[in-house]
Design a protein around this ligand. Structure first.
Ligand code: 5GP
Length: 190
């Protein structure tokens, strides 16, 4: 997706340890127009797939997920990183965060992820695929069908896609970073 690739090259910043900062348009300040274009492109890629729910993880996946849910008129569920005191019947799993270097739990109420669901998972980044792995686990626990995953940015050098393809999960990314070596953003031609 050319608009996104150009924006990453213009406003993205590299950090130590293979981290790309996109705070100017995705992770802190957000560009709703770009977010809409992202949602439209992900919808186009999954046009032939039956989906009845979009799922994501708080916080940065919520914007693209809501945009897709709005355009498709589908409900959006975000996995929470803290169990609300009012939530009793829930699905839970552990996720290792590579950017924060610690493990955390994610929870989804059993009411909002069930065996009747055909879900598309959407997130801002695919790195090692730990968050994605957590979602696979929650879908298995619920008996829901995971029809695919969509990411705004994939870091190809961190192998999340390999894990997802080995697990038989369809994976679409709108911009693929080949390397951040020497603090230079190298994008894959698409
Ligand atoms: P994974 O679970 O695939 O290892 O990492 C994906 C999650 O970690 C995403 O939800 C994202 O929030 C965060 N993440 C991973 N790599 C980056 C990065 O380079 N930049 C930012 N801003 N977040 C990242």
């Amino acid at each position: 997706m050319k608009t996104l690739r150009d924006r990453i090259l213009k406003d993205g910043k590299c950090f130590e340890g293979g981290i790309l900062k996109v705070d100017k348009f995705i992770n802190h300040q957000m560009d709703p127009n770009l977010m809409k274009q992202i949602a439209v492109e992900l919808i186009r890629r999954y046009a032939s797939t039956e989906i009845n729910k979009i799922i994501t993880i708080e916080a940065s996946g919520i914007a693209p997920a809501v945009m897709m849910g709005f355009l498709l008129d589908l409900p959006v569920v975000f996995a929470k990183k803290k169990k609300p005191s009012t939530m009793n019947d829930m699905l839970t799993t552990k996720v290792f965060s590579f950017t924060k270097q610690r493990e955390y739990n994610i929870v989804i109420s059993k009411e909002y992820l069930t065996k009747d669901d055909k879900v598309l998972f959407v997130d801002d980044f695919l790195a090692y695929g730990n968050a994605a792995k957590g979602i696979i686990d929650l879908c298995q626990q619920a008996g829901a069908e995971l029809v695919g995953m969509g990411f705004i940015i994939e870091k190809a050098f961190q192998d999340g896609r390999k894990m997802l393809e080995a697990a038989g999960v369809r994976c679409e990314s709108l911009a693929i970073i080949e390397s951040l070596d020497n603090c230079e953003i190298k994008l894959k031609e698409q």
